[in-house]
Design a protein around this ligand. Sequence first.
Ligand code: GTP
Ligand code: NAG
Ligand code: NAG
Ligand code: MG
Length: 195
Amino acid sequence: MIFKFIIVGAMGTGKSSLLHRFTEDKFYTDCPHTIGVEFATKTIEVMNERIKIQIWDTAGQERFRAITRSYFRSSVCTFLVYDVNSRKTFNQLNGWLNDSRNLTNPNSIIVLVGNKIDLENRVVSREEGEEFASENDLFYIETSAKTGEFVENAFTLAAKEVYKLVKAGTLKLTNNQEEDSVDIGGGKTKKGGCC
Ligand SMILES: Nc1nc2c(ncn2[C@@H]2O[C@H](COP(=O)(O)OP(=O)(O)OP(=O)(O)O)[C@@H](O)[C@H]2O)c(=O)[nH]1
Ligand SMILES: *[C@@H]1O[C@H](CO)[C@@H](O)[C@H](O)[C@H]1NC(C)=O
Ligand SMILES: *[C@@H]1O[C@H](CO)[C@@H](O)[C@H](O)[C@H]1NC(C)=O
Ligand SMILES: [Mg+2]
């Protein structure tokens, strides 16, 4: 099975870093801003089934918003990322959430990710994150792409929830998910691993 995930959120929140940590187990201290969209895949085992997760990492910069919007389609999970040390990135969640709700399958899931918990200057508490998640019916997890804490858990949790919905027939995988991975071009998309 192939699951298509999309990662969105304000710029600099660590979207690409989460992707690199999960797929390569690496962290780059000066990761460049994502231009357009990048992707990477990783196969994991969920309930004894091999699941290939195809992850689309989008750009947080406003000028790429239209490109980002075109990648929600056929996604079964949105990672909505903010930086727990930046109130601004937390306040921007509503915009990304609106896009995800409007542009993905209504039965797809959304995971709110509070990243950079390794830093000392946290301004958004875990309680606030949890409250936003429960008000909006999202899963919630806090991570550090730097130390790797809970990064794998976030993807595994999401894949498991998606798997349950697929098995129950609630969520349908579109059969073009495989093709998406080869249908890249136009210079807008490149395979991840640039950092
Ligand atoms: N301390 C710490 N730094 C992090 C963490 N995650 C990312 N960073 C750093 O934050 C900066 C931005 O990370 P990126 O992964 O490029 O952020 P992004 O969300 O992909 O940014 P855009 O592509 O511009 O939208 C980089 O310098 C990373 O090294 C983390 O968990 N802890
Ligand atoms: C979808 O977008 C429309 C237009 O901006 C907006 O009014 C509406 O609230 C959005 N729907 C959701 C579920 O966020
Ligand atoms: C909500 O989402 C729709 C679809 O992406 C977008 O056209 C609209 O501008 C968004 N509204 C807000 C307030 O972000
Ligand atoms: Mg990026």
